[in-house]
Ligand binder design. Structure first.
Ligand SMILES: O=C(O)[C@H](O)[C@H](O)COP(=O)(O)O
Ligand SMILES: [Mg+2]
Length: 302
């Protein structure tokens, strides 16, 4: 049963109870490039109380460095080592988990931030933002030469998705049975500043359907993201809380990691997901409307 936070004591007690706060980004901190009201004050409150703050996003369109730029632009204090994205988790998975030989290459459906993280791990990338692949020209196999060095296809949110990319990815995954199929994340939708848009999960869906095969997912709720954090940050899971807006990624990720979970209703999840006949079986420990509600825990005397 979830606890719905409501009184100033509820919020101040939660702040006191947890030392490490992991924040999802899209739908929790911001919608697109529009920050959610109250986020800066609440993050400042947590930092003033010496809390460890981490940012854990499934959005693979940006690298950690790109995100640092976004935080700076939005006036949110963040250090690049506090930022963990599914692009980074995917790069670490390829280099350190499956130990892809550096002579191999990866075909990418995704954007420059994902390419940057892969290249940061010494991985050679094809596709992605390459203008030759970002085209609406008809695709024919007669004009396609398969690169035998490609040993993985990675699929993330890609606003320049097209038939050429899906066809090349399909060729790599069908003509080489050992080719890894990896999705950075499977979020079905993305909460932009103006409303919902298809998310990364909707970008990989056509490929799954054509292949009749599901990818390995490296983003939340997969443990790969937490493995990346564990490799760099010391924290006590019993005094750590994951704050998210999506039940089947953020809250499930927290539960899988033995963390407390707080659902906010500023992004994807809506009331009917948590109450009523069609409520999700994924039940967060705590629920509140917005991160801004924690302003109630700011001591006016301070
Ligand atoms: O890929 C997507 O659909 C979006 O990036 C999605 O919003 C995930 O971002 P997060 O909520 O994990 O920051
Ligand atoms: Mg989110």
């Amino acid at each position: 049963m979830s606890v719905r936070l409501s009184t100033p004591q509820d919020y101040s007690r939660l702040v006191d109870k947890y030392d490490t706060w992991m924040f999802d980004c899209d739908g929790v901190l911001w919608h697109g490039d529009r920050i959610i009201d109250g986020v800066v004050e609440v993050l400042d409150l947590l930092r003033s109380k010496k809390k460890k703050v981490l940012f854990v996003t499934n959005n693979a369109t940006k690298s950690r460095k790109n995100y640092k730029g976004k935080f700076d632009k939005l006036g949110v204090q963040a250090h690049v080592d506090e930022i963990y994205g599914s692009a980074y988790a995917t790069a670490v998975y390829l280099s350190s988990v499956i130990k892809l030989p550096k002579t191999n290459k990866v075909y990418v459906i995704g954007m420059a931030g994902l390419e940057e993280e892969l290249q940061g791990e010494g991985i050679t990338v094809l596709g992605g933002s390459d203008p030759a692949d970002c085209t609406l020209e008809p695709f024919t196999l007669a004009n396609f030469t398969l690169d035998p060095a490609v040993a993985a296809v990675v699929c993330g949110l890609d606003t320049q998705m097209n038939y050429t990319k899906i066809s090349k990815a399909f060729q790599y995954l069908t003509r080489n049975s050992d080719c890894h199929f990896i999705a950075t994340n499977e979020d079905s939708t993305y909460p932009s500043a103006e409303g919902l848009l298809p998310g990364a999960g909707s970008i990989s869906a056509p490929l799954r359907y054509a292949l009749g095969r599901d990818p390995i997912c490296t983003g939340k709720p997969s443990s790969t993201m937490l493995d990346c954090i564990n490799a760099k940050v010391h924290y006590n899971p019993e005094r750590t809380i994951m704050v998210g807006d999506r039940l089947n990624t953020d809250i499930l990720f927290g539960q899988n990691g033995g963390l407390a979970t707080l659902l906010v209703l500023t992004g994807i999840a809506v009331e009917s997901d948590i109450t009523g006949p069609n409520a999700s079986p994924i039940v967060p420990n705590f629920i509140t409307s917005s991160i801004a509600d924690f302003r109630a825990a700011i001591d006016p005397q301070q």
